[in-house]
Ligand binder design. Sequence first.
Ligand SMILES: Nc1nc2c(ncn2[C@@H]2O[C@H](COP(=O)(O)OP(=O)(O)O)[C@@H](O)[C@H]2O)c(=O)[nH]1
Ligand SMILES: [Mg+2]
Length: 385
Amino acid sequence: MTVTTARRATLLGRIGELPVEVAVRQTVVVPTFNERDNIPVLLQRLAAVLPPDESEILFVDDSTDDTPEVIREQAKHCPVPVTVHHRRNATGGLGGAVVEGMRRAHGAWIVVMDADLQHPPEIVPQLVAAGVRDGADLVVGSRKAGGGSSDGLDNGYRRIVSGGSTLTTKVVFRNALLRVSDPMSGLFAVRASSLEVAELQPLGYKILLELIIRNRPGRIIEIPYAFQPRHAGESKSTLREGLRFLKHLALLRFGARRGRMIGFGLIGLSGLIPNQVVLWLLASVLGVHYLPAAVLANMVAVTWNFALIDSLLYRNHRHRRSLAGRFTRFFVMGNADLLLRVPLLALLVGGLHVGVLTANLVTLVVSFVIRFLILDRVIYLVRQR
Ligand SMILES: Nc1nc2c(ncn2[C@@H]2O[C@H](COP(=O)(O)OP(=O)(O)O)[C@@H](O)[C@H]2O)c(=O)[nH]1
Ligand SMILES: [Mg+2]
């Protein structure tokens, strides 16, 4: 296997930052967001199973409460070395915290686990031992492998979300996930030398998926475990996190530009609804002539598309032009096809006596096909086989 520049940089960074003798067998990376009441039990249970001279525990914290102070206080009674890295900017959320932990870890193995004791700490040494024994790069703690269980998920809703997202992910990434029954797991051990930290661009919760898809670790094995109920505090996963997950899937599967193009297509399709509804209101209900009605309907649909595209698809790219600048350009582009559609509509309705709504739909489809063909054959010169 070749060592990429990024990896070499990471290795050099590590050697530069730490004398070799300090390197340990395992670093347990724990992301925390307001978990103060879970820290004492977590550290006690980890200390009971980790050899102190071969281990370190590293918290990457984005809390708004006093969790870091609690960790520092509890660390005094913990035989295993404990460090806390509190981040001012919680970039990348949970996933970003885990990657930061990987960057700062000194262990030959990096074990990632939650702070809320849903992942039993006793399993940590088993994960590493199994990885060493089987020559694996990645050991996934699985709720779905034989002997594992998800009983600790709070309720039916959480179960459906968890099952649904696992299934979607397995369908989208069939090959990469053949050997992984629980790609949504937050508990795993990874061989540090197999990591390409610079390749990881995590977004929210699904850091294991990110790692499997972008780093393509060699051998992957699974160790079953029973997911426990949360010890204290509240879950931070939200509906917003769910939307982030869908975006993350699209990015991982298609890359940024193709993902945006698919979003663009879907939003364009949704524009059919306001287009037809407004045309119906104006032409059929209010008795406006169908040609100006179609033009107005198109403008409403273009505005609808702009609102969705601007707020959902290009949220992070809005700073280069003002809202007015973005909207006028989009509006001109979105209405250009009226040059084709208005004469066609006149022909269909005036000449062939097709119903206005049907005719409008036909012109939208025709315009779509023609624009696609121009794009394909004229702009990109794609040849047919
Ligand atoms: N550093 C950091 N940790 C987080 C963030 N969000 C969640 N966590 C931690 O990630 C772990 C899993 O989160 P949790 O809320 O239990 O998710 P759930 O198990 O899916 O309900 C816990 O240890 C949280 O404290 C975040 O934005 N930053
Ligand atoms: Mg949890």
